[in-house]
Design a protein around this ligand. Structure first.
Ligand SMILES: Cc1cc2nc3c(=O)[nH]c(=O)nc-3n(C[C@H](O)[C@H](O)[C@H](O)COP(=O)(O)OP(=O)(O)OC[C@H]3O[C@@H](n4cnc5c(N)ncnc54)[C@H](O)[C@@H]3O)c2cc1C
Length: 321
């Protein structure tokens, strides 16, 4: 489909975002690897994104991307349209603050670290953990990102979503099935007024975060400590996507991988980090196929040696070359 035609058909509603064709996803994923997006749309703002989605042909596949920090795009690329939200849906505001705490609204394209710092600036506590998550608010909501026993949905009061049919909706946490790195919209109940808001495909466009009042500079201190901990334990100098596998109940994926002697194991340009065994780094020119092959090899070896089947945390999309 010709997207320049799409723009022309709108007349008064001309789109204001940016359309790119055959855009390499290397720039949009933290692994700096992978193929091209057939089409990429970078919306100007929420109204523009809503208009864009409304006008897309029904059968056009849509892939929402934040900062691509949990994403592997196969080398053959992605069919359909990739929509990049980072730095576009970027409202960040304090909506309420009183003796009980505060409420922050953050658009889906805001970087998580910005929310952590904004909350600390307003002396609110509970969002410090977000400083170490190099993704967007939308990605954190989709993944229920978390660390050090804190998870995104633990502080969510409400979210705003956009459905594939271009409906803007608001949902409460109770509308979702929420677990460890897992979030899924539940089916509509008979009493739900807005049944169209329980669509199969929807994306987060923003969220409200309920936080408590902090004490003096405690949040800023905690942020500094969390960052130091990360620098000391993670291979942040080379492209990666954080933890590749989920931790199995009662254990750590990194411990299991290390116990199988896999630190330093590599295929092509992809290598199991020797600093953190659950990280796979791109040592320079890794193809997505190298990274996927290392993921497969690690999973097989851990299963053979320990009997435990590791589940992937990173999401893999697109076609092989
Ligand atoms: C160095 C490093 C450290 C990390 N540490 C942690 C950690 O401590 N804890 C942790 O949980 N994760 C961690 N991660 C992984 C990653 O940062 C998180 O999963 C993050 O939430 C992904 O956000 P993103 O914007 O990059 O999402 P993307 O990678 O762009 O997308 C991830 C998934 O979310 C979907 N998605 C993105 N935006 C939206 C949206 N607006 N609406 C609906 N779906 C959407 C995408 O379609 C995709 O399926 C780390 C990654 C790196 C590179």
């Amino acid at each position: 489909m010709d997207m320049s035609e799409l723009k022309l058909t709108h007349g008064l509603h001309a789109l204001r975002g940016e359309m790119r064709m055959n855009e390499s996803m290397k720039k949009y994923t933290s692994w700096r690897a992978g193929g091209e997006a057939e089409r990429m749309y970078i919306p100007a703002d929420l109204a523009d994104l809503t208009q864009f989605i409304r006008d897309l042909p029904e059968d056009e596949p849509v892939h929402m991307v934040g900062l691509g920090s949990n994403l592997l795009v196969r080398d053959g690329g992605i069919k359909g349209t990739v929509v990049v939200l980072h730095a576009r849906l970027n409202d960040l505001r304090l909506e309420q603050q009183n003796e009980e705490g505060g409420l922050i609204y953050a658009g889906a394209g805001v970087a998580c670290a910005k929310v952590a710092r904004f909350a600390a600036l307003h002396n609110l506590t509970g969002a410090e953990f977000l400083v170490g998550i190099p993704g967007t608010v939308g990605g954190a909501l989709a993944m229920n990102a978390g660390c050090y026993d804190t998870e995104t949905w633990g502080v969510v009061e409400q979210v705003k979503t956009l459905s594939r049919t271009a409906q803007l909706c608001e949902h409460l946490p109770g509308d979702y099935e929420i677990g460890y790195r897992h979030v899924a919209l539940k089916p509509a109940r008979a009493e739900d007024q807005k049944k169209e808001c329980f669509a199969d495909e929807e994306w987060f466009v923003g969220g409200w975060f309920r936080l408590s009042n902090g004490k003096d500079s405690a949040s800023r201190k905690k942020i500094k400590e969390l960052l130091t901990k990360r620098i000391n334990s993670q291979p942040l100098g080379l492209p990666n996507a954080g933890s590749v596998f989920r931790n199995p109940p009662g254990d750590h994926a990194a411990r299991l991988i290390e116990s199988c002697g896999l630190k330093g194991f590599f295929i092509g340009g992809a290598m199991v980090s020797s600093k953190h065994a659950n990280f796979i780094i791109n040592t320079g020119d890794a193809a997505a196929a190298d990274i996927e092959a290392v993921i497969r090899a690690v999973r097989n070896t851990v299963k053979e040696q320990t009997g435990i089947v590791l589940e992937q945390e990173v999401r893999i999309i697109g076609n092989a070359k």
